[in-house]
Design a protein around this ligand. Sequence first.
Ligand code: FES
Length: 104
Amino acid sequence: PTIHVTRRDGRQEAVEATSGQSLKDALKGAGIDEILGLCGGFASCGTCHVHVAEDWLARLEPVRENEAELLGYSDWREANSRLACQIPFTEALDGIVVTVAPED
Ligand code: FES
């Protein structure tokens, strides 16, 4: 399964992911270094912020309260903002398209 990611410098890459990983771990593990994931995936640092392509957004679990709160601190929050650590990667998300949000 693949994640299509646009990096902060505009480069587009396709990275491999495994079901059961978080989107954050898949991106980080593939060398997308600007996904810092400083809190280790506990929705408390905001450094795994991505923008999810519209047609994929509805396929994700809804945003939970702590995720929404943290996203609220970002200057780059959009309607399609998510924390990648809060998205469990599954086969159903094969082909998902995301963009790494600019740095806060
Ligand atoms: Fe810290 Fe996602 S890794 S909020």
